[in-house]
Design a protein around this ligand. Structure first.
Ligand SMILES: [Zn+2]
Length: 429
């Protein structure tokens, strides 16, 4: 299983990074092709369409553009043919010649299997890639389940980003305690309790119907209402166990149990939730600082080299990575001694990669073998070594400190690990 499959935080981050990389590509002319194949589309239809485009592109006047477009379509056909059917969410291809420097270009190919199903088939040839359908998914906001109830009414819905959707409402048949006619008080109490119980069972059924199909996307369920009914409902074990686990504590007081109640619920919860998330991040960085102050006995590592070492020996409990970190992990092959070595480099440093020295023989002119996003590589290594990776936003002062003072990477350790000495002086040749 890939790291992305195990970590939704990273999946979103990776998707976002990939889109910004694709968005940065510029063609010298109208020669970048974007192709969106939604689920259910016949691959043979797509191939037919591409063959037709290929035939038409032979009419393009500019020789270079014609050559580039025809190459791109040919390349696309090869990629598309590799699919017998589109993947579950469909697939998007971005192929073309990217302008680099004054008059050079290099070919690029990106294939994206999106986190949500693509809606429509689309072919576009332009001087930049067309990303609108995917960009709307980046901001695909968090999904929360909402329930407000008392003994008289329940309303259920979703919070999608900032949008509240009221989807189910039901009035209960629980009689009011006031209009009890001529029945005995005891019998009437029992009847009320029975009716309330039935109502809660119904609320649980409605919750299951609405929330269980979305349980993997749901960040949590917010439960609220006036008075003590919500607590009674929550502690009474009415909810399906998988939903019960998702209920966010504390429960929230609201004045209403209708659509207004859902809005009240969200207002009250938003502050708490955001606060909780940021607080958790702050807490982790503070714990890190405490450990760092203990010097040698501290359970902390920071900076690229020490964290990489701690990950390698499996000493990391929690890996803290700043979401402001923008680097690549590049693997080089030394032309002189044929050894491979890796470096994390910023975009600017990448441009001077020919100046990078081989750590074994000191020669320059190593060639790039592969490249990976540095944050992704950290997450992957963390998961491989049994550590828990956490992306820390730069929103809090602590998060900012992680980014600035520690190079954006630190770790809370299982046991103290000595700092790795700087590389030994390279041997004289
Ligand atoms: Zn070397």
């Amino acid at each position: 299983m890939s790291v992305e499959a195990t970590d939704p935080q990273l999946a979103r981050y990776s998707f976002q990074r990939k889109l910004s990389e694709i968005a940065s590509v510029r063609g010298r002319a109208t020669e970048l092709i974007s192709l969106y194949v939604p689920p259910g589309k016949q691959i043979s239809d797509v191939m037919g369409y591409l063959r037709n485009e290929y035939a038409q592109s032979s009419n393009i006047k500019s020789r270079t553009t014609r050559k580039n477009v025809m190459w791109a379509i040919e390349s696309l056909m090869g990629r598309v043919r590799a699919y017998k059917v589109p993947p579950p969410h469909g697939v998007a291809f971005f192929v073309g010649s990217k302008a680099v420097g004054a008059d050079k270009s290099e070919t690029v190919t990106f294939i994206v299997e999106p986190p949500e199903p693509l809606g429509t088939y689309l072919y576009r040839c332009d001087s930049s890639f067309y990303l609108d359908p995917l960009e709307s998914m980046v901001h695909e906001p968090d999904l929360w389940g909402l329930v407000v109830l008392d003994r008289a009414e329940v309303t259920l819905g979703f919070l999608r980003g900032k949008r509240v959707e009221a989807l189910r409402n039901r009035q209960s048949q629980v009689p009011s305690k006031h209009g009890r006619g001529g029945q005995s008080a005891h019998r009437f109490e029992r009847m009320i309790e029975h009716a309330a119980h039935e109502f809660f069972v119904k609320v649980a059924e409605m919750s299951a119907e609405l929330f269980l199909p979305k349980k993997d996307q749901l960040k949590g369920i917010l439960l609220g209402g006036p008075g003590g009914t919500k607590e009674f409902f929550f502690t009474g074990g009415f909810l399906h166990y998988e939903l019960q686990q998702k209920v966010v504590l504390p429960l929230f007081d609201t004045g209403y149990t209708d659509e207004h109640g859902l809005k009240e619920l969200v207002e009250k919860a938003t502050q708490t939730l955001h606060g909780l998330e940021v607080t958790e991040e702050k807490r982790l960085v503070q714990r890190l600082l405490v450990e760092i102050r203990k010097a040698e006995t501290g359970l902390a590592a920071y900076g690229e080299r020490d964290v990489a070492h701690a990950l390698e020996i499996g000493a990391v409990e929690i890996l803290l990575v700043s979401d402001g970190l923008r680097r690549h992990l590049v693997t080089f092959l030394c032309a002189s001694c044929q050894r491979t070595f890796s470096r994390s480099l910023s975009d600017e440093e990448l441009e001077q990669e020919t100046a990078i020295r081989c750590p074994s023989c000191g020669a320059t002119g190593a060639s790039e073998k592969s490249r990976e996003d540095y944050v992704e590589s950290l997450f992957r290594r963390a998961v491989d070594s049994g550590a828990q990776p956490r992306l820390i936003s730069t929103e809090s002062e602590e998060g900012e400190m992680l980014a600035r003072a520690f190079g954006g990477v630190a770790a809370i350790l299982r046991y103290p690990v000595a700092s790795v000495p700087a590389s030994p002086p390279r041997p004289r040749v």
